[in-house]
Ligand binder design. Structure first.
Ligand code: S3P
Length: 170
């Protein structure tokens, strides 16, 4: 298939499958896969949990905005965003200027199963249970919905099916 015309930003709650599906989309389109969290870890030389602990969440959110700014004008890629990357309206505006925003959704129980053993999710660590995941998801839902150009439910689907759906609409 021909390359992408613009970036595809995959957004959604932690554990909704952004990285897995970004890898699959990159393979299907030949576009580059970009992992925002991984780039931040490499640039800062620190794990996400340590950035939160030592420098604070606002600092991490600034890094996200700086990174999103750097995507303007570069070759279209499949970009797997951090789960909180669309909480700031500025970030959503920047993304929309250079790509399509695809929201991946999953049920709280599915999310819990995927993230329960993670020590790298400072937003959840200390509150790793389905009830809290559900509560935070509800709180964030309006932001995710407002940002999304396209929505794809992921429960019970393979990455191939999910990415097929995305490419049909993007
Ligand atoms: C966050 C999600 C994480 C990471 C950071 C904050 C969030 O990314 O960016 O821990 O606020 O939802 P994943 O969605 O890849 O876990």
């Amino acid at each position: 298939m021909a390359g992408l015309k613009e970036h595809i930003f995959l957004i959604g709650f932690m554990g909704c499958g952004k990285s897995t599906n970004a890898a699959c989309l990159a393979e299907m389109t030949g576009a580059r896969q970009v992992e925002m969290d991984q780039m931040i870890v490499e640039n800062e030389g620190m794990a996400i949990a340590d950035i939160f602990k030592e420098k604070g969440e606002p600092y991490f959110r600034e890094l996200e905005t700086d990174l999103i700014k750097s995507f303007a004008g570069v070759e279209p890629a499949v970009i797997s965003c951090g789960g909180g990357a669309v909480l700031k309206e500025e970030n959503v505006r920047l993304m929309k200027e250079c790509g399509k925003i695809v929201l991946l959704t999953a049920e709280p129980g599915t999310i819990y199963e995927r993230v329960k053993d993670s020590t790298e999710r400072p937003v959840l660590n200390g509150n790793m249970n389905v009830g809290y995941i559900e509560e935070l998801m509800e709180k964030r839902r309006p932001k995710y919905e407002a940002a999304a150009d396209v929505r794809v439910a992921t429960d019970g689907k393979t990455a191939g099916e999910i990415c097929g759906e995305i490419l049909e609409i993007c």
